[in-house]
Design a protein around this ligand. Structure first.
Ligand SMILES: [Zn+2]
Length: 215
């Protein structure tokens, strides 16, 4: 069989399939879990006519896990199907909404969308991340608000930027943005949005009056 495939100029590429859940367990294809069957299902055949770089990119793309999606609900009257709690963010599971603590993402920090380079850098350093979306009633679709990332990923990117800046003549990256302050401000805004709506008695979708970020 290997011979036939080689003459067809196909190259084996194994892909791991993972569940779209924070636990990210590898998905099983067969009831028995037989390793040979599992491997055959996981294996993709890629044409050897493609350049090595292209093959690598295809293999990488196929094994990339689907992104976790966290919802910033319009209505905060929701309860977690596991613990009965609530919060600013939730994750939809089959039985209903779940709080971030129950899905094991409560330690992540919010990084607001808007700086593509910063997002890419932090995401690359964060082992876990989730996309935060919010439903827009006017546009009738979910819109990306930002990412939940590991706090140490934010710190690492900030440190990297600081050392780059410290060397004389070093290339400045991220446009000199203060990452720590940026992250603090982003999570501050998220916390305040709820408080302001409560204090002003605003509907969950009402526009929020502009405020100065903390000094
Ligand atoms: Zn919960």
């Amino acid at each position: 069989m290997d011979e036939v495939l080689r003459s067809d100029r196909l190259v084996a590429s194994e892909t791991s399939y993972v569940a779209r859940k924070p636990s990210r367990q590898t998905l099983r294809f067969s009831e028995s879990g037989n390793p040979t069957i599992e491997r055959l299902y996981r294996t993709h055949w890629i044409s050897s006519k493609l350049s090595e770089r292209k093959r690598e990119r295809l293999a990488e793309k196929a094994s990339r896990a689907p992104e976790l999606v966290v919802i910033q609900p319009l209505n905060d009257a929701w309860t977690c199907h596991q613990c009965g709690g609530t919060g600013d963010l939730l994750m939809m599971e089959n039985p209903g909404p779940a709080c971030l603590r129950c899905v094991g993402l409560h330690d992540l920090e919010f990084l607001a969308a808007g700086d593509a380079l910063l997002t890419r850098r932090v995401k690359a350093k964060s082992a876990r991340h989730a996309v935060v979306v919010r439903f827009s009633r006017t546009r009738r679709r979910y819109e990306r608000q930002g990412l939940l990332v590991e706090p140490q990923a934010l710190t690492q990117v900030a440190r990297l930027r600081n050392t780059t800046r410290a060397r004389p003549g070093a290339r400045r990256i991220d446009g000199g943005l203060d990452l720590d302050r940026y992250a603090r401000t982003a999570s501050w805004i998220l916390r305040q949005q709820r408080r302001i709506r409560r204090v002003f008695g605003l509907a969950p979708t009402a526009p929020i009056p502009p405020l100065d970020p903390p000094g």
